[in-house]
Design a protein around this ligand. Sequence first.
Ligand SMILES: Nc1ncnc2c1ncn2[C@@H]1O[C@H](COP(=O)(O)OP(=O)(O)OP(=O)(O)O)[C@@H](O)[C@H]1O
Ligand SMILES: [Mg+2]
Length: 417
Amino acid sequence: MTDVVLDGVGKVYPGGQHAVRDVRLRIADGELFVLLGPSGCGKSTILRMIAGLEEATSGELRLNGGVANDLSPRERNVAMVFQDGALYPHRTVAGNMMFPLEVAGGDRADARERVAELSRALGLAPMAGRLPRTLSGGQRQRAAIGRALIREPSLFLMDEPLSSLDAGMRTELRLEIAALVRSTGTTTVYVTHDQVEAMTMADRIAVLRDGTLEDVGTPEQIYRDPATVFVAAFLSSPPINLFQATAWAVQDEGVVLDLGPRRLTVPWNDPRAPGLIGHHGGPVIVGVRPDALAWTAAEAPGRTLAGRVRAVEFHGHEWLAYAEAGIPAVDANEVGRPAPAPEPVPASGGRLRGLLRRAAPPAPEPAEHEGHHRRSHLVFRTGAERPVRGEEVLLEVDLERMLLFGPDGRRITSARR
Ligand SMILES: Nc1ncnc2c1ncn2[C@@H]1O[C@H](COP(=O)(O)OP(=O)(O)OP(=O)(O)O)[C@@H](O)[C@H]1O
Ligand SMILES: [Mg+2]
């Protein structure tokens, strides 16, 4: 049993690639903890630093309270499964699972019993005597997981173990893996770039971007109350609608969010209204997931958006419609990135000018200046009744589920805590 603490952990690879920056995380004993983020954000690097396969260049890694930076992988007692859990090709499934126990020595009858037990738990009993090349990808991956778990490691690390499998097998195995590691109580760190996998399996999720931690919380917390625009967008399928708006505090109404062609009003009794006052007259980012939009016949003042339907898509279990609403859109991948390096400042007389330029606020993006903005599509779900292409639709926003961010991409007031 193990808890894991990353205390300001960073990694710069030889050659200067800054893969992980000042990550602070506490993974509780027995937790199924997921590291989630796009390709290249540093997930594998963090996992490999926990495993001891890669050295942290800064910060402290603690296992069960003790500093572990200098411990060998063996001393950490971790087991790791990779995307393509390689098996010994000339050993059977049972033989592969038996191998770590043979290396460790100990009673053979005990070992056989443990292999049989774990094979049953993983649904591998019928193929225990078969060689890896005669198995499906999913069966092979199960055997690799079995081989990793057989030693009863104190820490179980998995790096995208399902990414090479088809969708059906992924769904099936993610349920089994989650159930298995929960039943053994082994602290598990699981890496994936698949938001559905993360949401369905995790006790808690850490979302990473460019080597930096963006958010940590239970799946529900980070879905309902994401810390940043990036997290909101990464955990939204179908994609979240992100709009550029200007906030105006209006005494008798609340905070009016001017989206250009439309206005949404956050009433004064909304817990986020006080935080919005600080943005009076300035830009904010409004996030509305498709499940917070309802196609409606009647206008509700301060809560309704309008658009013209551009496309309607069949997704099997639902239909999605896309409407052109003429509202300036926001690209989640652009928001909250560090500003580009300042321009070089001329040596003489330029010092003050340089300072002023750096001190100037980021260029405002008022909703009125629509000319060069990308227009957003309003994505919404429709049921049995569907709009047709070209139809004008009204969409009511569930204001409580609307997400609000500052121009830096950070949430305006958290509902958490
Ligand atoms: N051995 C290495 N030497 C130099 N740079 C590296 C090395 N390994 C990874 N990197 C870089 O560090 C960054 C993080 O890589 P990492 O493999 O941790 O990302 P990841 O989140 O696991 O991505 P993916 O989802 O594609 O597996 C990337 O920019 C990558 O190019
Ligand atoms: Mg990786």
